[in-house]
Design a protein around this ligand. Structure first.
Ligand code: DNO
Length: 403
């Protein structure tokens, strides 16, 4: 049995419609109630509207991506108890509606970061790029975060200075806006793009972590899990944490979901199958110490959702995204390990043996240039990845059967 063919859909306003997904052979829709403000309860009637629309098109709402964890929970501020109570209520409502998988992340302030949203490939395709020196240029010279220089090695600071000198003021503004607003906007980022001094408000958000180091953030995640996992369990919902993207500290903020050790630590905080992970190849692979196949082998039973994406790596902490089965990540052994995990689950009698996967991000190509899409989510590039990854699975399944 192949992984459950899923697709991230941004709701009724998405330029890709549910009828399109049906035609593309999608089984599971990955979506969220994007119109509900972060921290508020997701009401049953709103959940049901989306669920019944998906089901009317012959698919199921396979994963919630994401039920956002508010900053107040990550920092454990005064509002945290209300926010956690709301989170629990949303989980109960989702469970009552039969939605069984909820993805979330615990990245402070920024959900994910790239320094270019429009990197041109030689063949005219477009992908997203992360360059550490450009990021340092943003942090040190454009955002001017106090103390930022001490977070970078001299060699990167020298490069960053050259980068910023080569940029016009407009380029600098675009870089800041892409990092703080554009890439976060569609997932309910912390800073509203219409705020005139958005860089200042962003710095203020960073300041809320001044007393929170790695150990404190771990403690806050652990407390959150101890509260919400029992509710997820009662509600029949599997929680799955998304890894840090990229998996190293940025902007002086702690990162705690970057390695196999981190994932094991999280799984051990509450020993329940409902306390699981989103296995994202694109994010985890950027930490070159991570062995992705080994993560599947070790933590497979806790993987409730998978994002398959590929990267091309340059020096340390520099990469761009790429076609799903091209690039530097060898997808074959990883997909094989995931398919074997499904077999293991089925044999052990687990009903939830199918793991939903979605082609994550994609190369912008062909008709993608005529459509609107959120950064990283072009239709054609993702559809190509879906087809390639589906073919790969079909071949591996035959191979496994013949063994
Ligand atoms: C970006 C996505 C992330 C992801 C969240 C999960 O394209 O991979 O925004 O959805 O981190 O909570």
């Amino acid at each position: 049995m192949a992984l459950e063919k899923s697709w991230r859909w941004f709701g009724f306003g998405d330029s890709v419609k549910l009828t399109d997904l049906q035609q593309m052979g999608i089984e599971g829709v990955v979506t969220a109630l994007h119109h509900i403000p972060n921290g508020e309860v997701w009401p049953v009637d709103e959940i049901l509207k989306v669920k019944s629309a998906i089901e009317a098109h012959g698919m199921r709402w396979t994963v919630v991506e994401s039920l956002p964890v508010s900053e107040g929970i990550k920092t454990r501020n005064n509002d945290c108890h209300r926010l956690i109570a709301n989170y629990k209520q949303s989980l109960q409502n989702l469970g009552a509606c039969g939605i069984d998988t909820v993805c979330y992340n615990f990245m402070p302030v920024l959900d994910w970061v790239r320094t270019s949203l429009h990197y041109q490939l030689p063949d005219g395709g477009e992908v997203m790029y992360f360059d550490y020196a450009t990021f340092a240029a943003f942090d040190v010279f454009i955002l001017k975060r106090p103390g930022a220089e001490s977070d970078y090695p001299k060699e990167i600071l020298d490069k960053a200075e050259k980068v910023v000198r080569s940029m016009s003021l407009e380029d600098q503004e675009n870089l800041a806006r892409n990092i703080i607003v554009v890439s976060q906007g569609f997932i309910d980022g912390v800073v509203d793009g219409s705020t005139p001094d958005y860089k200042k408000s962003f710095l203020k958000f960073l300041g809320t972590y001044s007393q929170i180091d790695r150990d404190q953030l771990r403690e806050n995640l652990s407390l959150f899990l101890q509260e919400v996992v029992p509710v997820a369990e009662e509600s029949g919902v599997n929680l799955c944490i998304h890894p840090d993207d990229p998996p190293f500290p940025v902007l002086g903020l702690p990162r705690i979901v970057s390695s196999q050790d981190d994932l094991e630590w999280i799984c051990n905080q509450v020993d329940s199958i409902h306390n699981g992970i989103t296995f994202c190849t694109g994010s985890l692979s950027v930490n070159r110490q991570n062995n992705l196949e080994q993560i599947v082998e070790k933590l497979g039973s806790r993987i409730h959702f998978t994002h398959l994406r590929n990267n091309v790596f340059f020096g340390n902490r520099e990469f761009h995204e790429y076609g799903h089965i091209e690039g530097d990540i060898d997808m074959y052994p990883i997909v094989k390990a995931l398919l074997k995990e499904q077999i293991r689950r089925k044999e052990s009698g687990r009903k939830d043996y199918r793991i939903p996967f979605r082609p994550d991000h994609g190369v912008k190509m062909l008709d993608d240039y005529t459509r609107s899409a959120n950064p990283g989510y072009p239709l054609i590039g993702r559809l190509k990845g879906l087809a390639e990854l589906s073919g790969m699975q079909m071949a591996i399944e035959r191979e496994l059967k013949a063994m």
